[in-house]
Write a protein that binds this ligand. Structure first.
Ligand code: 5GP
Length: 193
């Protein structure tokens, strides 16, 4: 997605060799116009799939998934929660996710009321690195007996391998920008998208 890649080159900040900060437009301050274009791209890719619900993970996935949903007929958006609270149902699906940016594992949880057997699920998230967050959501979808129809990612860091692992397992993964290297602060995108 050319406008996304251009924006990453203009406004992205590389931290070390493996963290990309894009919080001026993607996941802290949000460019809603860009989110809308992202939604169009995902719809173009997944147009032949029946999508009943979008599943994401808090916090930055929520806004993104809501805008994307508008391109899929405003299907409900469900987000996996990372903290237990009195508000959360006791009857939950959950899985353990190792966070590469926080260097620790955390639990992700979805109330059993909001994922049903045979529902067709599109997973949306802002970043894909080692793939642990997506694998955690896939596990929750499987626990519910629902069907993972595809995964839409805004920025995949290809050099961390999670995306290729998911593709090799036959998951329909669409990443709008794949960064293959960030050595010495220079962002290099994978060519074929
Ligand atoms: P994974 O589970 O694929 O290893 O990591 C995905 C999650 O880690 C994303 O949901 C995102 O929150 C966070 N993440 C991983 N790498 C980056 C990065 O370079 N920049 C930002 N902003 N978030 C990242």
């Amino acid at each position: 997605m050319e406008i996304l890649k251009k924006r990453i080159l203009e406004d992205g900040i590389v931290i070390g060799d493996d963290i990309l900060k894009v919080d001026s437009f993607l996941n802290h301050q949000i460019d809603v116009d860009l989110y809308n274009e992202i939604g169009k791209e995902f719809k173009a890719h997944f147009k032949n799939k029946k999508i009943d619900k979008i599943l994401t993970i808090e916090a930055s996935g929520i806004g993104l998934a809501c805008v994307v949903s508008q391109h899929f007929g405003c299907v409900p958006v469900v987000f996996a929660k990372k903290t237990e609270s009195l508000n959360l149902d006791k009857d939950i699906y959950h899985s353990e996710v190792y966070s590469f940016t926080k260097k620790k594992s955390y639990k992700v949880m979805v109330s059993k009321r909001y994922l049903n057997p045979d529902e067709n699920i599109l997973v949306i998230d802002d970043f894909l690195a080692n793939g642990k967050a997506i694998i955690g959501l896939e596990s929750i979808i499987n626990q519910a007996g629902a069907k993972l129809q595809g995964v839409g990612i805004v920025v995949e860091k290809g050099f961390q391998g999670g995306g290729d692992e998911l593709r090799n397992r036959g998951i329909d993964l669409k990443s709008l920008a794949i960064v293959d290297s960030m050595k010495n602060g220079k962002i290099v995108f994978r060519e074929e998208i």
